[in-house]
Design a protein around this ligand. Structure first.
Ligand SMILES: [Zn+2]
Length: 280
């Protein structure tokens, strides 16, 4: 059943667990993730970046894939369809019109007043359509991108003026792979969570040690984004399969060779974060 992400994350916040949001690249990934979450009896958040949406053909394709799989595979868990790192009002609007149940507006590279203005424009439109909104403050690190930590006053201002549903405060995590142990400012997360009292989101969830993920849940994190981990695990298996099966050319066999790795990772993550069994 398709639900609002708010429904999923408010329950997670109240019951103190987190829900992984898995990035979807294509039909197969949506299928593997939905089936694994259904097996875990975990609520599912399937998120699409603008890049993935362009890749698969568009916003309507993304929604149709998820809705059709739910129907044809008899998926019974609550599922939210989320736009990851929406870059403009227009992309959020397109997602909402296509049937996404949640959008992220990432205006974090703008000065705070402009971030608030753009985020507010998105929340006003989204809430009219019963769609929830995630916003970002500070800069999550990445390749050639330096981290800048979320300022608590800015977070409060964004919540009170733009009426967001969830916040991704930059806490020291990075997109992609970590070089060395990640540094997460847990005390900052805790303070933001106490002041704002809305579900917080952790981006760059790949490669964070289990105990740090659990600590982040104690500090108010309710959604943890997982992208690179599934890509790395899937591609490792596919590389191995191709090496061992030199004469294979059926794309279904090639793509499917990474299915088990994705499903095992999803089931393990849902168990760790405490969302497994919560869809009952
Ligand atoms: Zn992110």
């Amino acid at each position: 059943m398709i639900v609002s992400m708010k429904e999923i994350l408010i329950k997670a916040k109240t019951e103190k667990y987190a829900v992984a949001a898995y990035n979807v690249n294509n039909l197969e990934w949506a299928k593997f993730i939905l089936e694994a979450c259904n097996d875990s009896k975990s609520p599912a958040i399937l998120e699409f970046s603008e890049g993935a949406i362009n890749y698969i053909g568009g916003y309507n394709v993304a929604v149709s894939i998820v809705k059709s799989l739910i129907k044809d595979l008899n998926i019974s868990i609550p599922v939210a369809i989320h736009l990851d790192h929406g870059q403009s009002f227009e992309s959020c609007k397109k997602a909402i019109e296509a049937g996404f149940t949640s959008v992220m507006i990432d205006a974090s590279s703008l000065p705070i007043e402009e971030n608030i203005k753009l985020t507010k424009q998105v929340t006003e439109y989204a809430h009219k359509n019963k769609v929830s909104v995630e916003a970002e403050i500070g800069t999550i690190g990445g390749k050639d991108i330096n981290i800048s930590y979320a300022n608590i006053n800015d977070c409060q201002k964004l919540l009170s003026e733009a009426n967001i549903d969830f916040l991704a405060p930059a806490l020291g995590t990075v997109h992609g792979l970590y070089h060395g142990k990640p540094h997460i400012e847990f005390s900052r997360a805790k303070e933001i969570s106490e002041k704002l009292n809305i579900p917080l989101v952790l981006h760059g969830g790949t490669g964070i040690p289990d105990e740090m993920l659990l600590e982040s849940i104690n500090c108010g994190i309710c959604k943890i984004n997982i992208n690179t981990e599934l890509q790395v695990k899937w591609s490792k298996e596919v590389r191995k399969y191709l090496k061992d099966n030199n004469d294979v050319y059926d794309p279904r066999k090639i793509i499917k060779s990474g299915e088990k790795a994705i499903k095992e990772a999803v089931i393990q993550k849902n168990k760790l974060l405490g969302s497994a069994g919560k869809a009952l």
